[in-house]
Design a binder for this molecule. Structure first.
Ligand SMILES: Nc1ccn([C@@H]2O[C@H](COP(=O)(O)OP(=O)(O)OP(=O)(O)O)[C@@H](O)[C@H]2O)c(=O)n1
Ligand SMILES: [Mg+2]
Length: 405
């Protein structure tokens, strides 16, 4: 069976570990077994082993023997990690009296399969193989979902990742337990949510997770219209990419931040709070808030003056591509957005990438000014005059500033 071959080769070829080094009662469990059966391949591999005892010792011995890294993840529950460049091996002491009890405490049946490398047998006490065949995520029990409510959201992430369906009774249970997700540490929620935002495959499941009440605990102001805009982000990105001369492609994180900007509250202070509560980084929060703040001038104008364009580039800075995608998703005229983005991507474009004729010190020295906020205002006006073609050399810029004074 190809699954056995896949699993044996992960251990033998990917990690170059001789299976004799593993105790006879060690079982490979979780995602690796599921993925091997599905013939799914990953760049970075995490193998989870369950052993009846001495998990930390076993991990330490293997780490020592293969000169790999070693970390104790949980001394009480006896979980340790061996770190190789190509992936990690986790060894955990089985939870409960037997492997079967351990598997019964997990989230979904397809994640509760175990494989023994010595006997090359798959242990399937919960019907995981059948569900795998039907591409179905079935909970092991409602209690297990309650025990770790992150599992409620994991269902949608894994459905997206595996292209599975969530079995109807499981889905109904998740809906009824949805409020429990609030108990889960925000970092864990964010990491599941990010998968749904980063991949176009996540869209459908992001929407389902919202419909089933899992997102409104964190992003309280999502509306059907907002969700529809999110569903259109990849198409909007594709449209802009097709117009641009260079090989410009939006990165997954630019798509993710655009989607977040589309989903958060319209009230800025609330939007910021939602992102802080979800533990997004300062940089991510700044990007989202900036693009939302910069939208109003685009909404009002059919044609942007050079001055307005200058301020858009100034205020958005490096996050301009996210702003462009956000603006297009918010229904701003596609010609305006495309033309702004084209200019942004041209390093010689003087509006998007101005080359100042003057610095503050020039104004101070030539016009005998004292440092004050007026300097900044003068520099801005001189810059705009340069963009409009009113001044082109240093002396003209000085004279222009002098007139303004
Ligand atoms: N909240 C969780 C997290 C994990 N697990 C169990 O621990 C295994 C390993 O967890 P993890 O590596 O997080 O997920 P995988 O299923 O392996 O999926 P992937 O690594 O591809 O994300 C899962 O298969 C599942 O059996 C669980 O029951 N509940
Ligand atoms: Mg895993």
């Amino acid at each position: 069976m190809s699954c056995q071959k896949n699993l044996d080769s992960l251990v033998k070829e990917v990690f170059a570990i001789n299976r004799q080094e593993l105790p006879e009662n060690a079982y490979l469990v979780g995602g690796a077994v599921r993925d091997a059966l599905l013939n799914r391949q990953k760049d970075y591999i995490d193998l989870d082993f369950v052993v009846p005892e001495k998990a930390i010792e076993i991990a330490q011995t293997i780490a020592h023997q293969y000169k790999a890294g070693f970390v104790v993840l949980d001394a009480v529950r006896q979980i340790a990690r061996v770190v190789f460049p190509q992936g990690t091996l986790d060894f955990a002491q089985q939870e409960g009296e037997s492997l079967e009890i351990d598997l019964k405490r997990r989230d979904f049946t397809v994640n509760a399969l175990a494989y023994n490398l010595h006997t090359q047998e798959i242990f399937d006490p919960l019907g995981g193989l059948k569900d795998l065949g039907c591409q179905s995520l079935r909970m092991i029990s409602p209690e297990n979902l309650q025990d770790d409510p992150l599992r409620l959201l994991r269902a949608y992430r894994q459905a997206a990742q595996l292209d599975f369906e969530i079995e109807p009774h499981t889905r109904a249970t998740i809906r009824s337990l949805a409020p429990l997700l609030h108990r889960v540490a925000a970092e864990r929620v964010q990491s599941e949510l990010n998968y749904l935002l980063l991949n176009s495959r996540g869209n459908k499941w992001l929407k389902s997770a919202w419909e089933d009440g899992l997102l409104s605990l964190w992003l309280r102001r999502i509306t059907p219209a907002k969700m529809e805009r999110v569903m259109g982000v990849e198409a909007a990105a594709g449209f802009l990419e097709s117009l641009l001369p260079e090989n410009f492609i939006f990165s997954p994180s630019q798509l993710q931040l655009t989607k977040l900007a589309l989903l958060v509250s319209d009230i800025l202070a609330e939007a910021e709070k939602e992102l802080i509560d979800l533990k997004y980084s300062r940089g991510e929060i700044r990007t989202v808030i900036t693009v939302i703040k910069c939208l109003p001038p685009l909404k009002e104008a059919d044609n942007l003056s050079l001055r307005e364009q200058y301020f858009i580039y100034l205020n958005t800075g490096k996050v301009f591509p996210v702003f462009a995608l956000f603006a297009l998703s918010m229904g701003i005229n596609k010609n305006i957005v495309a033309s702004l983005l084209t200019s942004y991507l041209d390093p010689d474009n003087i509006i998007a990438h101005p080359r100042p004729l003057l610095r503050g010190d020039d104004l101070i020295n030539h016009l005998h000014l004292k440092p004050s906020p007026i300097i900044g205002k003068l520099l801005t006006e001189v810059q705009i005059a340069q963009i409009e073609g009113q001044v082109t050399v240093f002396q003209e810029a000085i004279d222009f500033a002098k007139k303004l004074l």
